[in-house]
Ligand binder design. Structure first.
Ligand code: NAD
Length: 482
């Protein structure tokens, strides 16, 4: 067996007593990097105990001290940025430049958390009645938990941990069992930044461990990011157990190209959106709605750009696209390609025929034209490098098709017309909207989440929403007689 991973509880390695273990692969080489325990539920109570013990002193630590740890963490993350990006590329597969951007997006949240003393200030209103004053304080919840997906091993844990802990909570992280190594390194750096032991703990595992988290009576809130069925399950189950929940789910993202779009820039943005990280992004553009006469030119340019992409290990210079996460996932994506063909779509670029390395879970960029909105490839999240093109006569039809999706994560329009952009902004049903932007990921000072079945909950990730999610409001009404 390759190196067995330990949990990190109370600042120390905590040996796992699991009966089931799973290999963690480098998806570009198929080498086994380590083994992860899947069913060690005893670790959940140990982690919650450690977090609970740490909470009593952490919540009383002055906010400026907590914020200063974030400043030190920010500095350490910058110093280790390349190392972290390499770790992401090694366990996830995405190309180094993309991994570096991911780490950068995570660091943004640390920056936000460092401004907590300003953001967490309360409110006060004197004279709500004769001699009476009202005030509102934000207080931490206690022990909170985060459950993260495989596709952003650095950024998504960093959406959760910095705002939660700077607000005075203590944390239990359950990272993806497919990419847990980056999260472990993030915790080591937090400790180096001066975070007291037990404030953040990490437990490995799969479904049974998640279930133990969702029902643990001492966990006050759960942040989840992952696929739609699991997001819905986590939302229902954690809420049933009385917890506050935010659960970000899957997506099917539509990109509308208007005839007046700046074509070369649009193609560049679309290719990056559809094939960046091999399509394994919740913000990946997966359906392009070509309006009117732009379709033929767009199709030719997309095929040419997709065909010329270099697919290979993410750490090699010149690589445009890395592998998929696992062999089983590649089979699933290939299944969607077969389904597209059998349902009558026209395969105009076949990623199965692309020049690919011999080892690794690679698949080339794939494009369908002549797609009908009712086809499976137009409706379901594929999470791979497959782009479907639907030809539509006008913007209203494009928006109606996009709004027919059960998802509503992100949507983008490519146009130089302010009127078209405004119509799109005002009518599209999506939480994150792009105008000439291929991946419209909000910067950390704004909230991040989709609508419809892409999100279950109320308060989004990051921005002021994150601080609202991780705090309780206490309103004090006071009268003084002397
Ligand atoms: P996943 O749902 O398989 O796993 C996410 C987490 O849930 C993991 O930690 C996993 O261990 C756990 N889990 C898996 N199955 C479970 C079950 N049956 N019961 C309880 N817990 C379970 O997701 P993934 O494949 O790791 O990530 C990809 C998905 O995440 C895509 O659907 C993508 O769109 C979505 N995602 C969404 C966002 C967003 O912002 N909305 C961001 C990133 C990823």
């Amino acid at each position: 067996m390759a190196q067995p991973l330990t949990h990190i509880i109370g600042g120390r390695p905590f040996a796992a007593t699991a009966t089931q273990w799973e290999p963690i692969y480098n998806p570009a080489t198929e080498d086994v990097l380590a083994e992860v325990p899947l069913d060690d539920q005893t670790a959940v109570s140990a982690a919650v105990d450690a977090a609970s013990t740490a909470f009593s002193s952490w919540k009383n630590t002055p906010i400026f001290e907590r914020a200063r740890i974030m400043f030190r963490y920010w500095e350490l993350l910058q110093r280790h940025r390349e190392e972290l990006a390499r770790l992401v590329t090694q366990e996830h597969g995405k190309v180094l430049a993309d991994a570096d951007q991911e780490v950068g997006r995570g660091i943004e949240v640390v920056e936000l958390a460092a401004s907590a003393p300003s953001l967490l200030k309360g409110e006060i209103l004197p004279l709500v009645a004769h001699g009476v004053e009202a005030s509102m304080l934000r207080v931490p919840l206690g022990v909170v938990a985060g459950i993260t997906p495989f596709n952003f091993p650095a950024m998504i844990p960093l959406w959760m941990i910095p705002p939660a802990v700077v607000a005075g909570n203590t944390f239990v992280l359950k990272p993806s069992e497919r990419t847990p190594l980056t999260s472990m390194r993030l915790l080591e750096l937090l400790r180096e930044a001066g975070l007291p032991d037990g404030v953040v703990n990490l437990i490995h595992g799969g479904k049974s461990v998640v279930d133990a988290v969702l029902s643990h009576p001492e966990i006050r809130a759960v942040s989840f990011v992952g696929s739609q069925p699991v997001a819905e399950y986590v939302y229902r189950t954690a809420a049933y157990h009385g917890k506050r929940v935010q659960a970000l789910g899957g997506a099917k993202n539509f990109h509308v190209v208007m005839p007046d779009a700046e074509l070369p820039k649009t193609v560049e943005a679309l290719i990056g959106s559809a094939f960046g990280a091999a399509g394994e992004r919740c913000l990946a553009g997966s359906v392009v709605l070509a309006v009117g006469h732009v379709a033929d030119r767009l199709q030719d340019a997309l095929v040419e750009a997709g065909r010329s992409m270099t697919v290979g290990p993410g750490w090699e210079p010149g690589t445009d696209m890395g592998p998929l996460i696992r062999q089983s996932h590649r089979e699933r994506v290939r299944g969607y390609i077969a389904r597209g063909i059998s349902e009558g779509a026209r395969l105009i670029l076949d990623g199965r025929q692309h020049a690919l390395p011999e080892r690794g879970f690679f698949l080339g960029p794939t494009i369908f034209d002549g797609v009908d909105p009712r086809m499976t490839i137009a409706r379901e999240e594929i999470f791979g490098p497959v782009l479907s093109m639907i030809r539509v006569p006008d913007l209203a039809t494009a928006v109606a098709i996009a709004n027919g999706s059960s998802y509503g994560n992100t949507a983008t329009i490519y146009t130089e017309s302010g009127g078209h952009a405004q119509y799109f902004r005002d009518h599209i049903q999506a939480g994150m909207v792009g105008i000439n932007i291929g991946v419209a990921a909000p910067v950390a000072v704004f909230p991040f989440a989709g609508w419809k079945h892409s999100f279950y909950g109320d308060l989004h990730a990051t921005g002021m929403d994150a601080f609202m999610f991780y705090t309780e409001r206490r309103v004090v009404t006071a009268r003084w007689w002397r």
